[in-house]
Design a binder for this molecule. Structure first.
Ligand SMILES: [Cu+2]
Length: 481
């Protein structure tokens, strides 16, 4: 993919077009809602005159997302969110009808500085009422956004305004607190970052600051709209409403300090694992973690409704996998409802079935790895069960997966995909001639005599492990046996 060209377009898109759909006279005096529909990662957005509104800060880059511009009015940062139906491309060739804000699901990231007074207009263009809850924020009770409890619902077609001071720095989220199950299942959510005002003893300056939300959908293969009554059995596992290979890589220059802010608005936990480096959890939606309370990890479990802010030094070059460690969360929609076929003998069966179903292919006779390369005809508008191809072939990962790309020669502030890593000669796992490989031994051969392994009277006899799951000819069990 020509990533550099896409990135240029994404940057151009950040300059943003006002929505033609919003009647301007109806919103006189309100900031024009900025709309963007591209799923490409937008470059960092630095507000004009940011030094006047607060300390200059390192802007957040939202993975496959963007930052909502604001306008200053009487010392207040004014934003305009429009809750509306959107079409989101989850991966190339796979678009879904979602609900979101200002053209995308998730909505744009809101980025402010501690102590800022913030005014957010929320226009409801959904077919039902909504609200916005500002998850994790200290604010007046009437601004907390729980429909019915803190405020009346925002009816369709109406605009409400929220106003509060961003009192504590950190990583937060926003989402509806109205018909929550449906509205979050349709993709309504967004990130909120409050940078510290001045130096904070527990908040480091970082070279790169990434953020994204974990979300999940249940979309029947071939359909275009999520099933909103699904409670647990989701089949699309996404980061910012994108699935691999639709998720952009996180890139870093060798030696840079990198922060990643991850929030979970799905209905299950996600152990997020990064290869090649160790990180620490430096903050949660409750605030920064004091340094003496941190410990090293390579996987952080992010529970439902939690936000985790992790930091690491990108000091190993390469293309490092970064993914949810629940293996069915790196699969696509086709992974559900497929019977396990490992060990089942399909010989002779395929040709017979293909007389009736010409497209029929055996799924998973030797495991599911073949699926990564299989070109089975799929229903329109879905994505293969496992997908994404690397320099050495299919990666066999989809869903909640991307790469951390660490490069020595990356210019500071350059977020473009540098392509695949060129491994130095002699540093890649390679095939060996079997004659050169150490002979495989059964149990007993390697057990040293008298080493306390419980063997008496010499090594145990070697027998091959019995593993033959193929059914006998005929394939029928006789219950009388
Ligand atoms: Cu997961």
């Amino acid at each position: 993919m020509e990533r550099r060209r896409f990135f240029a377009q994404a940057l151009a898109g950040t300059a943003a077009v006002a929505s033609a759909a919003v009647a301007r006279h109806a919103l006189a005096g309100l900031p024009e809602p900025v709309v963007r529909t591209s799923p490409e990662t937008a470059g960092p957005w630095t507000p004009p005159g940011v030094t006047g509104a607060g300390r200059p800060y390192r802007p957040v880059v939202t993975l496959n997302g963007w930052t909502l511009p604001f306008r200053m009015r009487d010392g207040v940062k004014e934003f305009h969110l429009v809750a509306e139906p959107v079409v989101r491309e989850l991966a190339p060739g796979f678009s879904v009808n979602l609900w979101g804000y200002n053209g995308t699901s998730p909505g744009p990231t809101i980025e402010v500085v501690e102590g800022d007074r913030v005014r957010i207009y929320v226009t409801n263009r959904l077919p039902e009422h909504t609200t916005i809850h500002w998850h994790g924020q200290r604010l007046p009770n009437g601004m907390d956004g729980v429909g019915g409890l803190n405020q009346p619902q925002i009816p369709p077609g109406k605009t409400f305004v929220y106003e509060f001071v961003a009192r504590r720095p950190g990583t937060f989220m926003y989402h509806p607190h109205a018909d929550e199950m449906v509205q979050m299942a349709m993709g309504m959510m967004g990130l909120w970052v409050t940078h510290p005002k001045g130096r904070h003893p527990w908040i480091a300056d970082v070279d790169r600051d990434y953020g994204f939300l974990l979300n999940a959908f249940d979309v029947t293969p071939g359909a275009r709209t999520p099933n909103v009554n699904t409670m647990l059995d989701f089949n699309i596992w996404a980061w910012n409403s994108r699935v691999f290979p639709g998720i952009d890589p996180l890139v870093a220059r060798l030696g840079e300090r990198v922060r990643v802010r991850i929030g979970n608005l799905t209905m299950t936990n996600h152990p997020i694992h990064i290869h090649g480096i160790e990180f620490e959890v430096t903050g949660t939606d409750g605030g920064p973690v004091r340094p003496e309370a941190r410990w090293p990890e390579v996987t952080v479990d992010i529970a439902v409704g939690q936000m985790r802010q992790i930091e690491f030094i990108a000091d190993e070059e390469g293309d490092w996998a970064m993914h949810c460690h629940k293996s069915h969360h790196t699969m696509g929609a086709m992974g559900h409802g497929v019977p396990t076929m490992i060990g089942v003998d399909h010989r002779g069966l395929v040709q017979r079935i293909q007389r009736v179903v010409p497209d029929y292919m055996v799924m998973g006779e030797r495991g599911m790895a073949d699926m990564g390369a299989m070109e089975m005809p799929l229903p329109d508008n879905t994505f293969p069960m496992m997908t994404g191809t690397g320099p050495y072939g299919p990666i066999e990962m989809g869903g909640m997966f991307t790469t951390l790309k660490v490069r020595r020669d990356l210019p500071p502030g350059d977020y473009r995909d540098p392509g695949w890593y060129r491994q130095p000669p002699g540093t890649r796992a390679r095939p060996v001639e079997t004659a050169a490989a150490p002979a495989a031994h059964g149990p007993g051969h390697d057990a040293p005599h008298g080493a306390g392994h419980g063997h008496h009277g010499g090594p145990a006899p070697v027998r091959p492990a019995p593993f033959d799951a193929r059914k006998p000819q005929g394939g029928h069990h006789d219950p009388s046996h």
